[in-house]
Design a protein around this ligand. Structure first.
Ligand SMILES: [Zn+2]
Ligand SMILES: [Zn+2]
Ligand SMILES: [Zn+2]
Ligand SMILES: [Zn+2]
Ligand SMILES: [Zn+2]
Length: 249
């Protein structure tokens, strides 16, 4: 955990303070959705946020999945469309990039994804560079923009989900509930994600409804929730609401 009050070159006119917001925010560094700890501009008229990982991004870094040496940029040096090699999402701001001719790009947050997540009931999720089996959400080993994005695989059951697919699921839901049709923020639904239920978003394969299928569905739902917690940081409140929601349905 870094300092609690900082000046950051991307917003040098005001101080930023470390906060634990109760609502999702957009990071003005990587232009990605965030929950959990972030640096927020202390000026009341400013709504400027940075993921903690974006605010504290080191000038260079590396990752066990990559042999490349990665340098931090406020914007990708290339003009063309860039995608994060981990999560498949667009690179629109802060990025780590290598110096290869066809460079790899990573969001600062994606490089900080936990390699292993241990949840209750002996469930362990491992971050993998290559999918050992098809993603249960999209049925493919590639993401929708044909990137070989990273995934989490559960053990012992080996449920596999792209990070890209879990992010998509969340973003779709969030955009639907958070914004009204004219694009304004729907205040009443600003906490909508806290009642997000992955169970509703996951169809049972082949419409099966046997008790075996229900069991698989419950496990898959749990796996998704744990991935969400890994993706979005400090998740305890969000996740406990999700779990309660799941158990009551
Ligand atoms: Zn960010
Ligand atoms: Zn400001
Ligand atoms: Zn590279
Ligand atoms: Zn990413
Ligand atoms: Zn997928």
């Amino acid at each position: 955990m870094g300092l609690t009050r900082i000046k950051h070159p991307s917003h040098s006119q005001h101080y930023l303070v470390l906060r634990y917001p109760q609502e999702p925010y957009w990071c003005d560094g990587c232009i990605g959705l965030g929950f959990g700890p972030c640096y927020e501009c202390e000026h009341e008229d400013c709504s400027f946020y940075l993921h903690e990982e974006c605010a504290n991004a080191a000038p260079s870094t590396s990752h066990p999945f990559s042999k490349c040496s990665l340098k931090f940029h406020y914007n990708a040096p290339q003009e063309d469309e860039r995608y994060c090699d981990a999560c498949g999402e667009d690179v629109l701001g802060f990025v780590y990039q290598c110096s290869h001719k066809h460079p790899h790009d990573y969001h600062p947050r994606c490089l900080k994804l936990p390699l292993t997540v241990t949840a209750g009931d002996g469930l362990i999720l491992q971050l993998k560079k290559k999918l050992p089996s098809k993603c249960l959400r999209c049925g493919s080993r590639e993401t929708s923009n044909r990137i070989q994005g990273w995934c989490y695989v559960s053990s012992p059951d080996r449920y596999c989900y792209h990070i890209a697919c879990v992010k998509d699921m969340i973003l779709e839901k969030w955009k639907k509930d958070y914004f009204t049709q004219d694009g304004n923020v729907n205040e009443a639904n600003s906490l909508a994600l806290q009642t997000f239920s992955p169970g509703r978003e996951i169809a049972l394969p082949g419409g099966r409804s046997s008790s075996k299928a229900t069991q698989i569905w419950r496990k898959a739902t749990t796996v998704i929730m744990v991935i969400i917690s890994a993706l979005f940081g400090e998740p305890s409140a969000l996740i406990s609401v999700l779990v309660q929601y799941l158990l009551s349905s």
